[in-house]
Design a protein around this ligand. Sequence first.
Ligand code: NAP
Length: 314
Amino acid sequence: MQKVYDVVIIGAGPAGLAAGLYASRAKLKTLILEKGKVGGQIVTTNEVANYPGSIADATGPSLIARMVEQAEEFGAEKKIDSIVDVDFTGKIKVVKGEKEEYHAKSVIIATGAQPRKIGCSGEVELTGKGVSYCATCDADFFTDLEVFVIGGGDSAVEEAMYLTKFARKVTIVHRRDELRAAKSIQEKAFKNDKMEFMWDTTIEEIKGDGIIESVVFKNTKTGELIEYEAHEDDGTFGIFPFIGFLPISEIFDGKIKLENGYIPTDDNMNTDVDGVFAAGDIRVKSLRQVITAAADGAIAAVTAEKYIEHNFGE
Ligand code: NAP
């Protein structure tokens, strides 16, 4: 007989892990699915200063490790599988992974979002060869080298500050002449001696043979192109784009209502499909943070519990 979970949670970031914790504590048979690395975007950040209870040395990875441990302690099962399709038409929902097919009375979608790409030539080819979307993961490779951080939001400025602990110089490249980041974050950045700013600038092309060797910048006001080459002694430098995020929702297209790729829900995390709930950054919402993701996850699990009770008489 096929195994039917009470709740299958797609995604193991703060939303999925909080949902897993609440669902398993409610004694629901819970499975958390993750395609790659557990933790979502928060593991790509070093400092988690705005989650209540986070202390100075709390990092994204350490916070996630505790969340995983806690969910598993209450019995949530965790599997690594990449979900390729879903069938939400029946009372029992089907979630198809590359490895296995999963059946559940309810599904919580917590797939989150992924970094937006610059879209310039050379970006894809040189990812992992100088282009990185994770300062926490890759900062060490750029010890004493130069680094360019692209973007002017909170992520760009915070990650740039983190990179100054490793790199010789960190230049924020922003398409306007004013940062979007919170004033408190900006103030710290302007005071940092290792930090420089290139205003009104975008990237046209990243060049290199197996490793970044040069980058072509474009002045957004004058249209002027400037090629910057790696310092002779360095041979290379880093480029870290932090220009926002895109929802991870392609597999749900046509299966559930989407708005610009994000999933609209009501306050109880109900989507437009009965028995399917959404939590975290994948939702249409105004504040995408660890705290709001975790809260969504808790609410989604409690709503799922009530849904199961009502529809499966348990
Ligand atoms: P964001 O706030 O959307 O900022 C994206 C930045 O990238 C903006 O400066 C934008 O420029 C720039 N940009 C967008 N598309 C671009 C392109 N194609 N080429 C060049 N530049 C481009 O994204 P985020 O910084 O990742 O933050 C996302 C959310 O998380 C925000 O709500 C933020 O407040 C929150 N967050 C909070 C914290 C914190 O509270 N400590 C830390 C990190 C993130 P423009 O300014 O010209 O639009």
